[in-house]
Ligand binder design. Sequence first.
Ligand SMILES: [Zn+2]
Length: 510
Amino acid sequence: MGNRSSLLKGHLPRPTLYQTHHHPITTGNRGGQGVALGYRRFVWFPTVVAECRSRLLQAGFRELKEAEHWDIQPEHKYFVTRNYSTLIAFAVGSRYQPGNGFSLIGAHTDSPCLRVKRRSKRGQVGLVQVGVETYGGGIWSTWFDRDLTVAGRVIVKVSLQRLVWVKRPVLRIPHLAIHLQRSVNESFGPNTEQHLVPILATTIQEELEKGAPKAGAPCAADAQTERHAPALLSLLCSQLGVKPEQIVEMELCLADTQPATLGGAFDEFIFSPRLDNLHSCYCALQALIDSCEAPGSLSQEPNVRLIALYDNEEVGSESAQGAESLLTELVLRRISATPQNLTAFEEALAKSYLISADMAHAAHPNYLDKHEENHRPAFHKGPVIKVNSNQRYASTAVTEAVIREIAGRVDVPLQEFMVRNDVPCGTTIGPILASRLGLRVLDIGCPQLAMHSIREMCCTSSVLQSVTLFQVRARPAPLHPAAPTPHPLQPIPPPHPYSYRDCRVSPSSR
Ligand SMILES: [Zn+2]
C-alpha cells in the first residue's frame, strides 16, 4: 500500500504540506504558524484570482487577454481571467495536436459573504453603519461577533481598477445581549436586512477625525460622500492613495480578519474561512503548477492540462464569468482552433475528462442522522466522490472508474457520498459543465464541516490527497457508448514521481 498509510494520517502530511525553505516545520506550534503564514493569504484575500495570477506569473505562465489574438504553442503555459473573478489556466503538452483532449479541473472562487451596498451610508443612535447585501446562502448567524474588514475592487478615475484590502478589523456585527432575547439559544434567525448591518464607527469620532472626508464637500448628488460613510471612504482612500472624488465605483466584500490556522490536539485540522471552495482552488492551482515543474513532464504530454476557477457558483453560476457562461467553450475552442482541422474542438471534447472539485459534507458527530448510514465521509479518509441519480452531481460509473484507477496508482483513498432521500441535495459546477459541453465529469471534494459558516473546518491530509490526485492527469481514450467493459485509461508515462514536495508552497510563490 506504500504511501497509503501516510496519506491517511493527518499529522504526517502537515509538516511537509506548508513547509517552506525558510521555516522548516517539525512541531505542532511551528506547523500552525506555518499554515497561518503560508496558507492564509490564499484563503484570506477575498479577490483570490489576484493571488492565483501572481502565483501563475511566478511559475512562468503567460497572461492572455480575451480581446487579443492567441498564438497557442505546445509546451507553453497560459492563463486568462474574466472580471478578475474567474480564471482559466492551462499548460499545453509538447506532443499536443489539435483535436487531442483536455485534462480539466474545475472549482469555484466565490463563497457566501456580505457585500457593501451601492448606497451603504447608514447609522442610528450615534453609530456609523454600513449597509450590506447577502451574497449566496451563508450561515449568517456566524457573522455576528467576528472581527470583520472589507476587501474588493474600486474603480478610480479614469477607468482604473484597483484592488483594495483593509488588513485590520474595522467592522463588527454585535449580537443582541441575551438579557434582551432570552430565546436566542432555542432559535436564532437574524433578519438579513435589519440585523446584519455592521458598525464601523461612532459619528462623534468620525467627525473628530480630521482625515475623514466631510459630507457636503464638492459633491454632486451621486458623489461617493453622499452614498458611503466618510469613515469608510477614508479607509479606502488611505489604502489606495487617492481622494474620495477620484472613486467612481466600488465592489466590496466583508471578510473575517482571523487568518486560517491549524487546530485540534494534534494540529490535524484546518480552521479557515472559505474552505468551500478555496481548498479546491488551491489544490487545483498547486497541482497544475507542480505538475508542470516535474522534469520532462510536459514533454511527454499529448493533452492540454487546464484548471478553471469560476465565480458565482454560490448564486447559480449564471453570469458572464460563471460556469454557465460561454467562457469555457470559447477558451477550449480557441486552444483547439486550427485551419487544418475544423472539428478539432468537437474531437477534443470527446477525449476529455473534467474533475469538478467542490467540498463535501463530512459526517457531523452531533447530527449523524443527517447522513445516510453507508455514506458518511470522514476526515483523513480521502476525497469524496459525489453521486446523485437526479443529476445534482455529474459523476457516472465511467468517470468514477477512471478516478478510482488514478487514485489507486498514487495511493490516495477515496470515499463516496450520496444524500439521504429525505434530505435536499446540493449541487455544483459539475452538472452545468457536463450539460453545456457534453464532457465526462466527475464530482469530487474533500470532507469538511460547517460549510458556509464564516469559519469552516477540514483535515490537513485532504490538501495533500487532493493535490496528489489532481496531479495525475487522466487521459481517457474515446469511450464508445456500447463498449461492454469501459477501460478508458491509457498508461500514464512516466510513473508519477510522487513526493511530499508536490504540496509545498514555495516561498517564491508568495
Ligand atoms: Zn462549493
